[in-house]
Every structure is written in structure tokens, then in C-alpha cells.
Design a binder for this molecule. Structure first.
Ligand code: GEK
Length: 246
């Protein structure tokens, strides 16, 4: 079902801003695994963390779900009775395929937590009371001036004891640290078979679309949004994941 990512393999006359269209959706599992250090570990661990914090009869959100990798992991790990997962994305190419993946999972595994897929913009989506929210590499695609408002709505929707799992690519205020980890990230991509041209063209396509923050900015913003305590639980090179507690 999944194909090899060669979207940026040939020289492009003009590099347009990156969009989550059908071409990307088709190769997405390969693209994200070869581009994000630690992605398989993060996905498996999101299931584990959600399983630990999900309360019985509660809602779990996967916001910016893409093809639902985090949702699939949570469906396997969440064992509290009466939970359901809502996986949301504003790219139709993603939500259509995400439904197919979840149906395939249903046919292969028994006793999964029920999940629904919704095509919606998470900036406009009213959030219901919930116990776990996942933003797995999604916030970095939200306009910076809209990030605090979104996180504030999430912290208000979460029940006491609920958590947000926030994974992001990081920027570093210290130039040397930033350069060193960025270079190692390129080494990671090279080791996964991406050429110099692919790396350079992808960087140009994504630089106006995906805007990473520093870890300090994340922690300050989470506090402002109403989270009591936040800490990282994972970092590999310049990619990290945070748990924010209500
Ligand atoms: C995973 N979480 O595999 N509303 C809804 N979705 C959005 C919005 C928005 N406003 N903006 C961006 N997205 C996934 C990976 S990918 C990360 C997440 C990456 C969606 C966008 O359509 C895309 O599917 C996703 O956020 C980001 O666990 O490609 O690096």
C-alpha cells in the first residue's frame, strides 16, 4: 500500500511550498520514517502513554493525524473501557487514506479502541471534553500566532489528570547547537537513502510551511496555555516529544 518517497528526487524547475496532497499521502509512511529520527519509537510510545493516561469513557484526540499512525498505536494500547479516538486532519488526501488504514487494522486486530476520522481544520474545530490529546508533529505546521490559542483550547478541554503529547522538530537558540543537530539530521536522512538534491529541495519546499520553535518557547507557551507541568519524554537529534499535564 505504501510507496517509496521520491517526490524531490528529480531536479524541479521551481520549488513550491510543501502541501499534504495525494502524492505525499501515497508515500507518507516511508517519508516520515526516513525523515524523523525516532518516529517508530515515538509512535509506539504514544500508544503506551495514552494507555496510561486515558480515563474510562473518555475521548482521545489525534490532531493532524495524517494516516493515523498514532491513532493505530493508541487503539492497541488503550484498554480503559468506553474510550473512543477522534483522528482529525485538514488534508482530504490524508483522511481518506487514514480511514482505509483503520479499516485494514480492524480486519486484522481484535479488541481495538474505536476510532473515527474527521476532515477538519483543528484551528476551527470545537474541542469536547477529553483525557488525552496528541499533536504529533502538527503544531509546527500551525501559524505561530495561532499556536497559543489552540493549546489554550486543548488545556481547557482536557479533564484534570489529562495530558497533551506534543512532538515537534526543534530550533535551538544557540547557533552552534542548532547547526550541529541540523547537520546530524541531514546525516540521518542521507543514511536513509535521501540524496543531497532531495534533502535540499525538501528543505526549500518546507521552510515557509513548517516553523519550529525552541524548547523554551514550547514550555513557556504551554504554561501560558494553562498546563501545570510539561517535560520532554523523548529527544533524538533535533526532534522531541513533550508531555504536558493539566
Ligand atoms: C503522525 N501526526 O504520523 N488542521 C488539521 N490538520 C492539520 C492542520 C490543521 N490546521 N495543519 C496541518 N495539519 C502524524 C504526522 S504530519 C507531520 C503529522 C509531518 C496536518 C497536515 O495535513 C499533516 O497531515 C499533519 O498535520 C502533519 O503521527 O508531515 O512532518
Amino acid at each position: 500500500m505504501t510507496e517509496i518517497d521520491n517526490i524531490f528526487a528529480a531536479p524541479l524547475p521551481k520549488i513550491a511550498d510543501f502541501v499534504f496532497d495525494h502524492d505525499v499521502a501515497k508515500v507518507f509512511p516511508d517519508m516520515i520514517k526516513r525523515s524523523v529520527p525516532g518516529y517508530p519509537t515515538i509512535i509506539e510510545s504514544i500508544g503506551l502513554i495514552a494507555g496510561h493516561y486515558a480515563k474510562p469513557d473518555s475521548l482521545i484526540y489525534d490532531l493532524g493525524c495524517s494516516l493515523g499512525a498514532a491513532t493505530q498505536s493508541m487503539r492497541r494500547h488503550v484498554r480503559s473501557s468506553g474510550c473512543r479516538i477522534l483522528a482529525v486532519d485538514n488534508a482530504l488526501a490524508m483522511t481518506e487514506r487514514c480511514r482505509e488504514y483503520l479499516t485494514a487494522q480492524d480486519s486484522m486486530v481484535e479488541e481495538l479502541t474505536p476510532a473515527e476520522v474527521m476532515h477538519a481544520d483543528i484551528i476551527k474545530l470545537p474541542l469536547e471534553t477529553c483525557s488525552v490529546v496528541v499533536l504529533n508533529f502538527t503544531l509546527q505546521f500551525i501559524r505561530p500566532d495561532q499556536r497559543l490559542e489552540l493549546l489554550t483550547r486543548i488545556s481547557k478541554a482536557l479533564i484534570p489528570g489529562g495530558v497533551l503529547i506534543l512532538s515537534e522538530k526543534l530550533r535551538f537558540a544557540d547557533g552552534d547547537t542548532h547547526k550541529s543537530l541540523e547537520n546530524l539530521h541531514y546525516a540521518f536522512k542521507r543514511a536513509n537513502g535521501y540524496s543531497e538534491l532531495e534533502i535540499a529541495q525538501k528543505r526549500s519546499a518546507i521552510e515557509n510551511v513548517m516553523l519550529p520553535d525552541t524548547l523554551d518557547t514550547h514550555f513557556e507557551r504551554l504554561q501560558q496555555a494553562g498546563f501545570q507541568h510539561s517535560h520532554t519524554w523523548f529527544q533524538c537529534l533535533n526532534f522531541c516529544s513533550i508531555i504536558a499535564h493539566t
